[in-house]
Design a protein around this ligand. Sequence first.
Ligand code: FES
Length: 68
Amino acid sequence: MAETTITPLDDGPYLVKGPVKLVDADGNEFQVPGKTVALCRCGNSNTKPLCDGTHVTIGFKSKDRAGG
Ligand code: FES
């Protein structure tokens, strides 16, 4: 089974690489293009739960590191 990796990008979204099924609270599946998904972390995307790049224009800042 392939591994799925979730990376909080510096000042950006959660990048999800690998097999993933993205569903809403009712269990309905979102159509996601490709095998990599960028999930909004700033809370301001107009295409939630997907990132639409708005984090850049609002100046979202976050640099999460494991073990820190
Ligand atoms: S993280 Fe990209 S729009 Fe929110």
